[in-house]
Design a protein around this ligand. Structure first.
Ligand code: UDP
Ligand code: MG
Length: 368
């Protein structure tokens, strides 16, 4: 850990440009990030209450403002906090700037990934380093407002395990950002049964013990609330501030929509059928074989009893296809059952997660 006990010279940030002030609406009670930043402590916090995890990819212009905003927000929040910034293989000056920050402020930890691995992997790397009771995630591009952290923490203190930010007044383009995300949010909400308005907002808070049961792959970071609820976490949301991107470019295009849909299928399937894949594939398979059999019986009947010629009928092809596909579905289901057993049994994973046990019995101590 890099440490420096002298008070820092503020990073050359200056105030946010006019556009930011127009779109950001910090409530009057909240201080804004200004030049008079409190000096950082000389030691990293021993027991941080929160760990702020931030994935960052090529955001050199945002970094000085991000630092100022975080320092002001941590002072505003008041409890011990650490920040983990994951440099996801940036190719600009980002890492150099982050290194300077870590040298001047021991609350900041920088994790640099060897190559650009995507936001989900970056989150995951940050979670592995986090020590706080609660993990807060947010973006590095200044679109989220760290001053909202106390709002999220108030819900955590009420007892929720996951608090998701809701960009009620989202500052992004309509047709390629807000519209697809509106449709996606509806769908995800219906399919996963976790009722949120805004899955895509990065500003979220998670109790760390819940995150330990969540395994992330691909671009599943949007589904962490759904995945966490699948392991028994309670989820809620609060409206948060959102600002337009000031610097750099968004790292995503419209093609993300397709990937979100595919991820939704994965999350739904694994959440519902991970321990019983035959129920999905078997049902589809039996339905298909059944339908194909009916078609076949009908064709046999008209051939045998009505003397019709069936050789050239498209229906014959359909019947055969349905039976073949049906058999394949059932086979895939059986393979799925074998993979499930291999997954759970090879790692001695239980198929349940215990929250509490209440019993008068105590395990006898191991003989010495
Ligand atoms: N990001 C990252 N790795 C990537 C893409 C993005 O760490 O491969 C970071 C990026 O620097 C930002 C956050 O993830 O802090 C969200 O990205 P972006 O702002 O481009 O997404 P949008 O807000 O447009 O959905
Ligand atoms: Mg953004």
């Amino acid at each position: 850990m890099l440490q420096e006990s002298t008070a820092p010279a503020p990073l050359a940030a200056g105030p946010l440009p006019a556009g930011a002030a127009a779109t950001a609406q910090p409530s009057p009670a909240q201080p804004t990030a200004t030049q008079t930043l409190p000096a950082p402590p000389s030691e990293p916090p021993a027991h941080p209450r929160i760990s702020i995890v931030i994935p960052l990819f090529n955001e050199e212009e945002s970094i000085p403002h991000l630092y100022d905003g975080l320092v002001a927000a941590m002072a505003h929040y008041g409890k011990p906090a650490e920040v983990i910034i994951v440099d996801d293989g940036s190719r600009d000056r980002s890492f150099g700037l982050l290194k300077e920050i870590a040298a001047r402020d021991p609350r900041f930890t920088i994790v640099r990934l060897r190559r650009n691995s995507g936001q989900t992997a970056a989150f995951s790397a940050g979670f592995d380093k986090a020590r706080g009771d609660v993990v807060i995630t947010m973006d590095a591009d200044l679109q989220n407002d760290p001053m909202d952290i106390p709002l999220l923490m108030a819900k955590i203190d009420e007892g929720y395990d996951i608090v998701s930010g809701w960009r009620k007044d989202r500052q992004d383009r309509y047709w390629d950002r807000k519209l697809p995300s509106m449709i996606a949010n509806r769908l995800i909400s219906n399919v996963t049964d976790v009722r949120l308005h805004d899955y895509g907002c990065s500003l979220k808070a998670y109790r760390r013990e819940v995150l330990q049961h969540v395994h992330l792959y691909g671009e599943l970071h949007r589904f962490i609330p759904a995945l966490a609820s699948q392991v028994g976490g309670t989820v809620t949301e609060v409206p948060v501030n959102h600002r337009a991107r000031q610097y750099g470019r968004s790292k995503y295009g419209i093609s993300r929509t397709v990937r979100v849909m595919l991820d939704l299928i994965t999350v739904w399937f694994l959440g519902t059928y991970a321990t019983r894949p035959i129920h999905v594939f078997g049902t589809l398979g039996l339905a298909s074989v059944g339908l194909g059999t009916v078609v076949g019986l009908y064709l046999t009947f008209i051939k045998l009893f009505m003397g019709a010629s069936i050789g050239g009928r498209p229906l014959l092809m359909l019947g055969v296809l349905l039976v073949v596909i049906g058999v394949q579905f059932v086979t895939v289901g059986l393979l799925g059952e074998m993979i499930t057993r291999a997954w759970f049994e090879s790692q001695h994973k239980p198929i349940y997660l215990v929250r509490d046990v209440i019993t008068a019995y105590t395990e006898p101590a191991e003989p010495a």
